[in-house]
Design a protein around this ligand. Structure first.
Ligand code: CMP
Length: 137
């Protein structure tokens, strides 16, 4: 397992509580991807096949005035969790480095690593709360 991939994963907040063994597992099932500013990473109303974690750079979720996501944030979980279409478009605001998981790998990750499932559920609850109160971040 390349050491630099593990080092990259350790930078991502979602994986902070993971054991070495879990990190090695995650490194095996994820891809590191670099994209340029302007790339559409998720398209509203389209089916979604990937889950994204931001390592570097920022993206805008195109809801209201736009919700900025940065290093440590993730997106694309909703379409994968319920099989529905993308809730919003997400566009790279800057050049970005991302950790990307396909549908099957995402399902496997949340099945195998309970700390990550809980962290994702916590963020979903916060996003619902923010949407309900009219705040966007
Ligand atoms: P998905 O619907 O798969 O694709 C668009 C993504 O935008 C969605 O998953 C979430 O990850 C993200 N998203 C949707 N609503 C919000 C929000 N209110 N705050 C932050 N991110 C959001």
């Amino acid at each position: 397992m390349p050491k630099d991939k593990i080092a990259l994963l350790e930078k991502v907040g979602l994986f902070r509580a993971c054991s070495r063994k879990e990190l090695e597992y995650i490194a095996r099932i994820t891809d590191e991807v670099r994209v340029e500013a302007g790339r559409v990473l998720a398209a509203k109303d389209q089916p979604g096949h990937e889950f994204f974690l931001i390592v570097d750079g920022s993206a805008i979720v195109q809801i209201d005035d736009g919700i900025q996501l940065g290093p440590g944030d993730f997106f694309g979980e909703m379409a994968l969790l319920d099989g529905g279409p993308r809730l919003a478009s997400v566009v790279a605001e800057t050049d970005m480095t991302l950790i990307v998981l396909g549908h099957r790998e995402f399902a496997s990750l949340i099945g195998e690593v309970p700390t990550i499932s809980r962290a994702i559920m916590k963020v979903l609850a916060q996003r619902l709360r923010d949407a309900e109160s009219g705040h966007t971040h």
